[in-house]
Design a protein around this ligand. Sequence first.
Ligand SMILES: CC(C)(COP(=O)(O)OP(=O)(O)OC[C@H]1O[C@@H](n2cnc3c(N)ncnc32)[C@H](O)[C@@H]1OP(=O)(O)O)[C@@H](O)C(=O)NCCC(=O)NCCS
Length: 499
Amino acid sequence: MSSPVVTALPDESVADAAARMNERAVGSVVVVDGDRPIGILTERDMVRLAASGPAAAGVPVSELMTADPDCVQPGESVQEALVTLSERGYRHIPVVDGGALVGIVSLRDLMRLAQIQPVVHPGQIEAPPGLEGVIVAETQVGDVRGLEGFYHYRQYSAVELADRRSLEDVWFLLFEGHLPSPDESRAFADEVRGLREVPASVRKLVPAIAAAGGPIMDQLRTAVSLVGHSQGFRPWLDVPAAELRRDALQVCAAVPTLIMALHRYGQRLEPVEPDPELGYGENYLWMLTGERPDPDRARAVEQYQMLTIDHGFNASTFTARVITSTGADLAGAVAGGIAALSGPLHGGAPSRALDLLDAIGTPDNARPYLVDAVSRGDKIMGFGHRVYKTTDPRSEFLRGVAERIRAAKVDFATQVEQTVVDVLAELKPGRNLYANVEFYAGVVMEDVGLPPDLFSPTFASSRVIGWCANILEQAADNRIIRPSARYVGPPPPQPVPEA
Ligand SMILES: CC(C)(COP(=O)(O)OP(=O)(O)OC[C@H]1O[C@@H](n2cnc3c(N)ncnc32)[C@H](O)[C@@H]1OP(=O)(O)O)[C@@H](O)C(=O)NCCC(=O)NCCS
């Protein structure tokens, strides 16, 4: 604040008060009765007065001032003072201690101060770390109810859909908003199966991408970008909705083919062409080996893929929506989603969960191994979830799938699951940590013949449908997603050192 304050008396003339403001180069005078502020006269009042004619300068201060001005206490924070100024539209506010005027704070003072300490701009909302619990959009695609252990696609339980429908029907549901009739189901399956082939100009680049090495998730990002480029995907802001939908179908249909082609080139094998006669899961395993898969195993992988199509505003879906919100092309948004999903805290955990089972080795070793790991501060892969505070319904369903196909590790995994839950309840009480989707995903995927380097890509193979449903929804009602961050670095502006 500034002190001492330039003051005026209520019965002196406005002209005298204005002369004092001018002389002391201040934008306001506080009108006092003794040391008590009873009003404030600002430059803005002067302008108002000047507009009413030359004789006005003789009027007394008391007629023009704003009486009983809002004041702040000396102990009030800069942020609070800034908010008061901004909400009320003031540029000056007197500081009063026990009824006596002790200073004045101007917007200019606060701006100077704001440069040397973190600023919260008026109207800003402080979000919790990790945006936990913050609603950032409206969606009709689906949602997760963490306390109930339930999630849904549109208005249907996702688990029930995985139990009773084909992946292509669920894909239709996510894109069109309703489950297909038998005719629609056939027509949609024909449409998307016809798009499984990788465009020729990308196909010839796939061996080079695979030869560059690295995780298939990284290779897939590159390949998806090339599909977008080769097919002339444009920023969605420039394309009609029907064209964006077509782009989405093409990327979703081509991703499983790209994954398997990249994997096979990595094994020094020629890719197996997709077969339009086969269902989604059957075709996926067909492209892995070139052999007709066992129908139970094809259904198991398809059910895993259905369970992982969408899951609320998870990190990769949010990423895809943020990219879409800028008007960028669909392939760019999907590539961003793949990058987000590759992280071990999101979709990169199923092979690590299987590694955990291997590292534990025997049921007897589970407890000491886990106590040691949790006490060291390690995260147990395949456990815990941001939203679920009870059992993850996907993990329960996948345990059932693993039992149905008599997966080799299911009994051991079930024993370890219980021990992990017990150990975490003891060592991390109150955190409600249970198996998530990734724990049994590895067990199922291993049993259907998928090697660990395909676990996260298989998650991506169907999550791309969820991303695209969200991309279409974002594009249909868009506002750029642009939050703020609190600057906590060294106070600016520091002088720039000479080079
Ligand atoms: C999924 C996950 C990232 C959610 O993270 P989050 O919501 O930010 O939760 P936090 O990491 O803040 O965890 C809260 C507490 O539970 C503990 N916790 C969470 N998951 C844990 C796990 N898998 N093993 C051990 N402790 C765990 C954390 O250490 C933390 O304890 P603290 O309060 O003593 O610090 C987290 O549970 C995790 O890392 N799990 C393992 C990786 C995994 O399975 N990922 C696949 C997710 S589908």
